[in-house]
Design a protein around this ligand. Structure first.
Ligand code: NAD
Length: 480
């Protein structure tokens, strides 16, 4: 059993009221750890530590190359501990070990990417009237509150921690209360590499207490949040009083458009991967498949045949292709959406139930599920289910495909499958989404900006954009 503590000012601490929260293995329902349950006082203290550390300049004014050296060491340590980190991610989140191993490798690469980027020349000069010379420089924002969800406990944390630290900020980070295990290991690595005390602080606990206190604090300059759209709106309201800078990576209901001229088996492969990777608990999941009418029946039948063959089980079984949902609460939420779909008249053609066979009955497993005969007015088409539930819809032409694809409040991602390159570009350009793919799905690169349109949020993670999120821009006018 792991006892997980918070990390404030370089010290491992219990919560001030000594409360803890049970952490579960989603494949078995067993308690695997107990995590400190942070209080408002813990958050306040962490914020004050982060603030005084920032103001001391011990990190914020360290030359970028020195900060980069710490980030490179963190990446190295993550790679040394890659096997352990992946196993712990699978234990806590449930995802197959293969997926968890990719996450760990990507997370280490993300630290290296920002370590490299922060040492590259940046800023501008601008010509103004003589003798004044204008210079633009970038500076850290200050104290950054980083709040993350449970679907990529390690990787999404690193998407924020790596650029925030590279830029010279101090941080107060909150993991999801459901998955604090690998974040704790990451902070142990911060300690091992000797990151100066007070630069990176971790407070565990609930969203409504710890998360809200971070969003509310006058002393937090920026909040970078990844999670649900409803929570994002709540954070925006609370953060408004102190006019905090915000970056919000929120939910999605991403369309995957398959034209009749697509390579059929490739489209089926990626459509399956698009929705069932991570058991559908991926913000960019291809949870709506739009198929051109000429191949619709054939596509549904092949997709269902393949979905039924997916091996579902505990993530630590090497043969397993899809793990459990992350928690009992989330399992109930996903099952309730399946009932909603049936009640609103969509036709269930695959799955639809919790898996209760011997060995899996105590875990939170759901069958790969497919609905057809759905339309834009249905909740299962409009709302993010965040589970292995897909809706396959039919369209007759390009225009209708685009209208359907853009027909929800979300705008995170979208994909197009066709052999016609011109059509592919024409269609993705009309998708109101920040992340698009042509004849592929789920590719994510440290170099490329990640984020959504519409109610999928604003601001971008990764790439140079992800660093700029954590930087202020200053003009300096010099009269020599
Ligand atoms: P969530 O919104 O419930 O929680 C996310 C985090 O916010 C958690 O740490 C939680 O404790 C905290 N939180 C909850 N209420 C809060 C409040 N009132 N104030 C401050 N913090 C609060 O989301 P979740 O269920 O953990 O994750 C699933 C959601 O995350 C899905 O909607 C998914 O689409 C989204 N997501 C988006 C992206 C993206 O890049 N756009 C990536 C992954 C997940």
């Amino acid at each position: 059993m792991h006892a997980l503590r918070m990390y404030i000012n370089g010290e491992w601490r219990e919560s001030q009221n000594k409360e803890t929260r049970d952490i579960y293995n989603p494949a078995t329902g067993e308690v695997i750890a107990q995590a400190a349950e942070g209080t408002i006082e813990d958050v306040k203290e962490a914020i004050q530590i982060a603030k005084s550390t920032f103001e001391s300049g011990i990190w914020s004014q360290t030359p970028p190359a020195e900060r980069a050296a710490y980030l490179f060491k963190i990446a190295e340590k993550m790679e040394e501990r890659a096997k352990e980190l992946a196993e712990l991610e699978t234990l806590d989140n449930g995802k197959p070990l293969r997926e968890a191993s990719f996450d760990v490798a990507d997370a280490a690469a993300c630290f290296r990417y920002y370590a490299g980027l922060i040492t590259k020349p940046n800023g501008e000069t601008y010509p103004v009237s003589d003798p004044v010379q204008g210079i633009v420089v970038r500076e850290p924002v200050g104290v950054c509150g980083l709040i993350v969800p449970w679907n990529y406990p390690l990787l999404l944390s690193v998407w924020k921690l790596a650029p925030a630290l590279a830029a010279g900020n101090s941080v107060v980070y909150k993991p999801s209360e459901v998955t604090p295990i690998t974040p704790t290991r990451l902070f142990e690595i911060f300690e091992e590499v000797g990151l100066p005390k007070g630069v990176a602080n971790m407070v565990m606990g609930s969203g409504v207490v710890v998360g809200n206190a971070i969003a509310e604090s006058e002393d937090v300059d920026l909040v970078s949040f990844t999670g649900g759209t409803k929570t994002g709106k709540q954070i925006m309201k609370v953060a408004a009083d102190s006019l905090k800078k915000l970056s919000l990576e929120l939910g999605g209901k991403s369309p995957n458009i398959v034209f009749a001229d697509a390579d059929f088996e490739t489209a089926v492969d990626y459509a399956l991967f698009g929705i069932y990777a991570g058991a559908g608990q991926i913000c960019a999941a291809g949870s709506r498949i739009l198929v051109e009418e000429g191949i619709y029946e054939k596509f549904v039948s092949r997709f269902v045949e393949r979905a039924n063959q997916i091996k579902v089980g505990p993530g630590n079984d090497q043969e397993v292709e899809m793990g459990p949902l992350v928690s009992k609460e989330h399992l109930e939420r996903v099952l309730s959406y399946i009932e909603i779909g049936k009640n609103e008249g969509a036709r269930l053609v695959c799955g639809g139930k919790r898996i209760e066979k011997e060995g899996l009955q105590d875990g939170y497993f759901v069958e790969p599920t497919v609905f057809v005969d759905a339309n834009l007015s249905m909740r299962i088409v409009q709302e993010e289910i965040f589970g292995p539930v897909v809706v396959i819809e039919k369209f007759k032409d390009e225009k209708e495909a685009i209208a359907l694809a853009n027909g929800t409040q979300y705008g995170l991602a979208g994909a197009v499958f066709t052999k016609d390159g011109a059509k592919a570009l024409r269609v993705v350009k009309q998708l109101r989404a920040g992340i698009t793919w042509i004849n592929t799905f789920h590719n994510t690169y440290n170099e490329a900006p990640w984020g959504g349109y519409k109610q999928s949020g604003f601001g971008r993670a990764l790439g140079t954009y992800g660093l700029e999120t954590f930087q202020e821009i200053k003009q300096i006018n010099v009269n020599l």
